[in-house]
Design a protein around this ligand. Structure first.
Ligand SMILES: Cc1cc2nc3c(=O)[nH]c(=O)nc-3n(C[C@H](O)[C@H](O)[C@H](O)COP(=O)(O)OP(=O)(O)OC[C@H]3O[C@@H](n4cnc5c(N)ncnc54)[C@H](O)[C@@H]3O)c2cc1C
Length: 480
C-alpha cells in the first residue's frame, strides 16, 4: 500500500513543501515536527513505540531512566518552537531551575560557582514528563499525524532523491510506503541512516567518535519533607585533569516530590550497583561530598540503573559528496553527545530551529535539504566542540589528542570559570555558553577575557555556596 496522503493535500501558497515525514518520535523528532508544522501541509511522525498515555517509561528510550536537564539554551529555543511549553511543564510538576540561583554547580577545574541569578531558566523533570508535555502541545498546536507502533525500515528513492520511507506496522507486520517531500531521520543513537543511504549507493563519510567511557548509575529518591518543591539542583563535574578516573554527580529535583540522582565516572571507575554502594560513592568519589551528604536521610524509591551510552559520535551527513534531495538527519541520529554535559536535548532544539528557519525561508524545496543538513550540523557544532574537547582531557578517552590551541582554550575556560565564582558579569556569560544560551565564541567577550586574566590569580571556591536552609539540611538532614 502506498500512503499518498501528503501529496493529496493542497500545497501552501508560496511554498513548494507539502509533506514532511519524521522518522522517530523522541525529543528531536517531536521538535522537528513542531518546526515543520507551520510550513508543511502534512507532518507525519513514525514512532516504533506506542506512546504511554501518562508520562511513563518506554522501550525505545532507555536513557529516560536517567536525569535529563533541559538547559536554558534549550528552553529558550523550545519556547520559540512550541509557545507555552515551559508553563505546561511547570503545570505538570517540572521545576524551573534559575541557573545561578537554584543551581549548585561545581565545575571541573573551576570550583563552585556563585549563586548570582543570571536570569536564565532550565527545566528539571523526568524525561518521560518532558516528552509527554511536548507531545501534548504538538497535538494541540499542529495537525501532526502520529503513526506509533511502526518501524521505519528503509528509505525509498535513489542516489539523487529520497521520496519517502518503508514502514513496518509492528502489530500486523505489513509494510507501507510513506511518501514525502522531506524525510527527517530522528531515530536517535541507533539510527541506520548511513546504512540506508549506503544501500542506495550514497557513501556517507565515516562517523567521528570521542569516547571517554563515561558511565552513569541512577536512583530515584523521595525528596526530604519540606524540600519537595524547593530544592536546588546539584551538578558536580568529573575533574579528570589529574589523568586518573574521575567521578561526577547530579541531583535533579523532579515532579511528584522526587529527586532523580545519578553518579558516574570516566573509564576505570567502578559504579555502584545497590543503594548502599550508591550512597557511599556519592559521598566519597566526586570532588565534593555535598550530594552524598544531602542523600543521607533520603528514602530510595528505585533500584540502581546503569547507562553506558555516553560516547560522542557525529555523522557528517553534510559532507556527502553527491547529496540526495529530500533527506536530512537530526538529533542524536546525527550528533550524539556525552550526556554529562547535558546538551543533547538542547542540541535537538537547535537542530529543530535550523529546520524551521530553512523551511520558513525556502519552503519545501527538497533541494534545500543539502543546505538544511549543513545548518543542522552547524547547530550541533558548539555542543560537539564543548563535549569532545572536555572529554579529550581524560587520558583514558578514545579520540584524537587535544591540539595546543585546544589545550590553551581549555585553560582559558578554567580561568574564566574561576573568575565567574567572584564576578557575576563573567558568570552570566560563561554560564550562558555552558548552557548553550549563547554561542561559544562569546567566551572571547572582553568581560570574560578580563575575568580570565584575573581568574588565574584567584583561588577556586572550595565551599558550596549553600543558603542557611540548605546548610541546615546538609548538617541535620531536616528542612527547617
Ligand atoms: C544517561 C543519559 C543521560 C542524559 N542526560 C541528558 C541531560 O541531562 N540533558 C540533555 O540535554 N540530554 C541528555 N541526554 C541526551 C538525550 O537523551 C538525547 O540527546 C536525546 O534523547 C536525543 O533525542 P532524539 O530524539 O534524537 O533520540 P531519542 O530520544 O533516543 O529518540 C529516538 C526515537 O526514535 C524511535 N526509533 C528508533 N528507531 C526507530 C525506527 N526504525 N522507526 C521508528 N522509530 C524509531 C525510538 O523509539 C525513540 O522514540 C542523556 C542521554 C543519556 C544516555
Amino acid at each position: 500500500m502506498v500512503r499518498r496522503g501528503a501529496h493529496d493535500a493542497p500545497r501552501r501558497r508560496g511554498s513548494g513543501m507539502s509533506s514532511v515525514l519524521v522518522l522517530g518520535g523522541g525529543f528531536a523528532g517531536l521538535l522537528a515536527a513542531a518546526a515543520a508544522g507551520p510550513y508543511a501541509d502534512t507532518v507525519t511522525v513514525v514512532e516504533r513505540d506506542a506512546y504511554p498515555v501518562e508520562p511513563q517509561p518506554r522501550r525505545g528510550q532507555p536513557q529516560a531512566r536517567h536525569p535529563h536537564f533541559l538547559a536554558p539554551g534549550g528552553v529558550l529555543g523550545a519556547e520559540r518552537l512550541l509557545p507555552g511549553v515551559t508553563d505546561r511543564l511547570a503545570a505538570l510538576g517540572a521545576h524551573r531551575i534559575g541557573v545561578g540561583a537554584d543551581l549548585l554547580f561545581r565545575a571541573a577545574g573551576g570550583g563552585w560557582l556563585d549563586r548570582a541569578d543570571t536570569g536564565r531558566v532550565g527545566i528539571s523533570c523526568t524525561r518521560n514528563l518532558l516528552d509527554h508535555a511536548v507531545r501534548e502541545l504538538i497535538r494541540e498546536q499542529y495537525p501532526v499525524m502520529f503513526r506509533t507502533g511502526c518501524d521505519a525500515v528503509e528509505l525509498i528513492g535513489d542516489s539523487r532523491a529520497i521520496r519517502g520511507a518503508r514502514v513496518r506496522d509492528l502489530r500486523t507486520g505489513a509494510v507501507d510506503e510513506y511518501e514525502a517531500d522531506l524525510v527527517i531521520d530522528a531515530t536517535g543513537r541507533g539510527s541506520r541512516a548511513a546504512a540506508w543511504l549506503d544501500r542506495l549507493g550514497i557513501a556517507v563519510p565515516g562517523a567521528e567518535t570521542v569516547d571517554s567511557g563515561h558511565a552513569y548509575a541512577t536512583q530515584m529518591f523521595r525528596a526530604a519533607p519540606g524540600a519537595e518543591s524547593d530544592f536546588p539542583m546539584i551538578l558536580i563535574q568529573a575533574d579528570g585533569r589529574s589523568g586518573r578516573p574521575a567521578a561526577n554527580a547530579i541531583l535533579l529535583p523532579v515532579e511528584n516530590g522526587q529527586w532523580q540522582v545519578a553518579v558516574g565516572g570516566t573509564r576505570g571507575m567502578s559504579l555502584p550497583t545497590d543503594d548502599a554502594e550508591f550512597r557511599t560513592y556519592a559521598r566519597d568519589r566526586p570532588a565534593d561530598p555535598l550530594l552524598g551528604d544531602m542523600l543521607a536521610g533520603a528514602e530510595s524509591l528505585s533500584g540502581t540503573m546503569v547507562s553506558r551510552s555516553s560516547g560522542n559520535r557525529r555523522w557528517r551527513f553534510d559532507r556527502i559528496r553527491h547529496r540526495p534531495c529530500g533527506f536530512v538527519v537530526t538529533g542524536d541520529a546525527a550528533t550524539a553527545l556525552n550526556p554529562v554535559y547535558g546538551h543533547g536535548l538542547s542540541t535537538a532544539v537547535r537542530c529543530a530551529t535550523a529546520i524551521r528557519a530553512t523551511l520558513a525561508a525556502r519552503g519545501a524545496d527538497p533541494v534545500a535539504a543539502a543546505g538544511l543538513q549543513r545548518s543542522i550540523c552547524r547547530a550541533a557544532s558548539d555542543p560537539w566542540q564543548i563535549a569532545t574537547s572536555q572529554d579529550r582531557q581524560f587520558s583514558a578517552t578514545d579520540g584524537a589528542p587535544l591540539s595546543a590551541l585546544e589545550r590553551a582554550q581549555l585553560r582559558y575556560g578554567e580561568q574564566a570559570l574561576r573568575a565567574a565564582a567572584y564576578h557575576p558579569a563573567v558568570a552570566a556569560i560563561v554560564s550562558d555558553v555552558m548552557f548553550l544560551a549563547r554561542p561559544a565564541r562569546s567566551m572571547g567577550h572582553p568581560v570574560v577575557a578580563a575575568g580570565a586574566l584575573l581568574g588565574s590569580r584567584r583561588p577556586v571556591r572550595s565551599e558550596a555556596p549553600l543558603s542557611a536552609r540548605e546548610f541546615g539540611f546538609r548538617t541535620s538532614g531536616r528542612v527547617a
